[in-house]
Design a protein around this ligand. Sequence first.
Ligand SMILES: C[S@@+](CC[C@H](N)C(=O)[O-])C[C@H]1O[C@@H](n2cnc3c(N)ncnc32)[C@H](O)[C@@H]1O
Length: 184
Amino acid sequence: MNHKKFIKDRYDKTAEFYDRRYREIQELKYKIILEKISIKHNQIILDIGSGTGNSFLYLDKYNSFKYGVDFSIESLKTYQRKPSRENSAQLICADIEFLPFKKDIFEIIFVVTVLQNLPDPRNSLKEIKQICQHGGLIVLSLLKKKFGMERIKQILDEVDLLPLDIIDDEKCEDIIIFIENRKS
Ligand SMILES: C[S@@+](CC[C@H](N)C(=O)[O-])C[C@H]1O[C@@H](n2cnc3c(N)ncnc32)[C@H](O)[C@@H]1O
């Protein structure tokens, strides 16, 4: 079985468990992110690797257009079954290395605790850069135990993404990076 199929099957099999086990941990990350940024009326937001939709429970209070993409159909269905959801996010089942969107669409893109699953995160980051508007915001949240600061800086440099701000909160298991998308 290839690596990607292994990861997808694992998230499919554990979607309900993942949601119970990690919801609070993930919510802290979205809380930190949303304290830092401002979301304007009607902005177009994409959550890449949206999983069981932890971001949307926070984003629902904003009047924006919300999309989630994930290759684990069971994770997407777990979000859809949540009674607390306002059903405002459009979900797409797809691989984040082959994103099914036109260029320059999204104003804000979240990628929260996802890139550790990819053998080479640069492929996905190149896709993300393409579909994010010029001047748009990309927020990456990366597991500290998988990504050291030097490696993060090297990866971002190689895909030509320049951090605006980096948050390394000791209460949080991720490093959170805010990037303004600049197209050359
Ligand atoms: C640790 S979970 C994080 C989910 C969500 N961002 C959150 O904060 O709860 C990682 C998610 O990335 C998704 N994922 C991993 N590799 C992917 C790929 N190549 N394409 C699409 N989704 C992927 C998994 O299915 C899983 O839902």
